[in-house]
Ligand binder design. Structure first.
Ligand SMILES: NC(=O)C[C@H](N)C(=O)O
Length: 321
């Protein structure tokens, strides 16, 4: 008899584990869901913690990475259930730090178990099929929601309430559907090489500042003084009001320029005071295609690995993530 596939399901909380709290406080994580209708698969449930995902920290992400490394040798696939609010951050932190041969698939739900449109079971089953599929190997951690399969590098939450809450530029790298009970899985892209990092710690302080018309740098000096590095969600291709230019020039810690625009790269093209070219001239580092919160995690991990500002610049410039 062939041995049944072995799937580990790591439950971390989120709406997929939530229900209305009996004391009327609102939704809280209470009960981890079980994978429905997976015949012939050995499922091993693990629950390291049960958190709403706004309570997730880099320390939890590190704990999760260590747990996945322990489980990987004895499993053919690993599913992680997670709240959707910070799911992309955990997915990207795992993408940067994990190097395991088995597929790791994150999923969650937008509706809880007592709602008519409860999307937890279908997402969980889809994630399980994707995690056990041989074509899912070598792709780094994946995110599966609403039948779409996303790469951890590009996926982002795009809607606060819709069931299809995830997107990101340029979009899904695959799709899972079911024909009856048979999963039909297609990838539209080949696996891509990626760098993995082994930070000694995840304790660096990296803060995000959000740019707006009329910002004259409020909050910058305080953040630059207390943090080990900054990320700015800047305007358009990575531009800022003129007042920020001397502040950035005076900062010797890494300052990453991301964009608050929802898609596209940061490019140092504008030469007016505060334009992207002048910010890079003043020492800032463009975040490439990473959004501000993913750029923050990359910077946190590179600082935890002891890299200098110029080594950090090289990682962002060469897209080594
Ligand atoms: N849909 C969700 O999971 C949202 C929830 N607030 C969480 O991230 O934990």
């Amino acid at each position: 008899m062939p041995t049944p596939p072995r799937l580990a399901v790591i439950h971390t909380g989120g709406t997929i584990a939530s229900r209305p709290s009996p004391d009327g406080r609102g939704l809280t994580p209470q009960q981890a869901p079980s994978v429905p209708g997976l015949d012939g698969v050995q499922v091993h449930d693990v629950q390291p913690f049960s958190l709403p995902s706004p309570h997730m920290t880099p320390a939890h992400m590190g704990q999760l990475a260590a747990l996945i490394e322990t489980l990987a040798p004895d499993h053919d696939g690993i599913v992680v259930t997670h709240g959707t609010d910070t799911l992309e951050e955990t997915a990207f932190a795992l993408h940067l730090t994990l190097n395991v041969p088995v597929p790791v698939v994150l999923t969650g739900s937008m509706r809880h178990a007592e709602e008519i449109s409860w999307d937890g079971p279908a997402n969980l089953l889809d994630a399980a099929h994707v995690a056990l599929h041989p074509s899912s190997r070598e792709r780094g951690p994946l995110v599966v929601i609403g039948g779409d399969i996303f790469d951890a590098r590009t996926v982002t939450k795009i809607h606060t309430t819709a069931v299809d809450a995830f997107g990101g530029y340029p979009g899904p790298i695959g799709r899972i559907d079911r024909e009856g009970r048979t999963p039909r899985l297609h990838y539209f892209a080949r696996p891509e090489p990626r760098a993995t990092y082994r930070p000694a710690h995840l304790n660096a302080r990296v803060e995000i500042l959000y740019a707006y018309a009329g910002w004259t740098g409020e909050g910058y000096a305080e953040a630059a003084a207390r943090a080990d590095g900054l990320v700015i969600a800047a305007l358009g291709t990575g531009n800022l009001p003129a007042e920020l230019l001397p502040l950035i020039r005076a900062t010797d810690k890494p300052v990453i320029i991301a964009t608050r625009t929802h898609a596209g790269p940061v490019l140092p093209v504008y030469g007016y005071a505060g334009g992207g070219a002048t910010l890079v001239g003043a020492g800032a580092i463009p975040a490439s295609f990473l959004n501000a919160h993913k750029a923050r995690l990359l910077l946190l991990i590179l600082l935890g690995q002891g890299l200098t500002r110029e080594q950090i610049r090289a990682v962002f410039e060469r897209d080594e993530f």
